[in-house]
Write a protein that binds this ligand. Structure first.
Ligand code: C5P
Length: 230
């Protein structure tokens, strides 16, 4: 069994919308609902902790009330995504493993979630990622500095899974030192450098809905997934 933390406290700056992106609707259903449903259907999930802002508690309560899963918890998020994840971890009941997944990635599938869990059990840590399609450059002050070898580059997604104590301790140290990163793995890499973290190759459809054009893509992806279920 494992616990899940879903950070959903973002304000959606890049969406140019007054509503946080996790509450925008596709086919009359909030994005966050699709994400939560995915995890709620997995038998080895023991609890789902959602971090969100105080103003959004009632909206999240509404969403979870429509999902048949008994162990949801709603906690207050923080200033940065990492703070929201840490608050979620603090609310988790003792489980050996934890998976963290962005509230705005509704297209993850059960197989990917279980593969990350399996790898985390085997190694202590695992992340879902896809190979980068574009050539990536390091740039500084508007000038190209360097071109890393694309063969070794991964575009990182969630879920990311870890032995609970390892991630909790990494988050605690990061907070203490005011070190911030945009994913959980980076904290474990920094504070537990000998910890192996496996890469599970995921799918390009596991998008993070961030900007307005992602919503258009999300509508198409939803249609596709509904057609394949029929
Ligand atoms: O900020 P980013 O686009 O990477 O957000 C990824 C996820 O983290 C989203 O689900 C968002 O709601 C969440 N988040 C959060 N707390 C913040 C900022 C983002 O829970 N302070």
């Amino acid at each position: 069994m494992f616990s899940v933390v879903i950070p959903a406290a973002g304000i959606g700056k890049r969406m140019n919308s007054t509503r946080p992106k996790q509450f925008l609707e596709i086919n009359s259903k909030p994005i966050l609902a699709y994400t939560l449903e995915k995890f709620s259907k997995i038998k080895v999930v023991s609890e789902i902790v959602i971090s969100t802002s105080k103003d959004c508690f009632s909206e999240v309560e509404q969403i979870v009330s429509k999902i048949s899963f008994i162990n949801f918890k709603i906690v207050e998020g923080g200033k940065e995504r990492q703070d929201s994840v840490f608050n979620g971890l603090k609310a988790c009941k003792n489980q050996d493993f934890i998976l963290v997944h962005d509230g705005v990635r509704p297209f993850v599938n059960e197989n990917e979630i279980l593969e990350v869990f399996k790898k985390a059990q085997e190694l202590g840590g695992a992340i879902l990622a896809v190979k980068v399609k574009d050539t990536i450059k390091f740039g500084e002050n508007g000038l190209v500095k360097e071109t890393p070898n694309r063969e070794k580059l991964w575009s990182v997604q969630t879920p990311q899974g870890f032995r609970f104590e390892v991630l909790f301790e990494a988050e605690r140290k990061a907070k203490e030192q005011n070190f911030y990163s945009t994913d959980e793995s980076a904290l474990v890499e920094k504070y537990f450098p000998s910890q192996k973290i496996g890469i599970i190759e995921g799918s390009y459809s596991n998008i993070k809905i961030t900007s307005p054009e992602d919503l258009i893509l999300a509508e198409k992806l939803l249609q596709l997934s509904m057609n394949s279920e029929q």
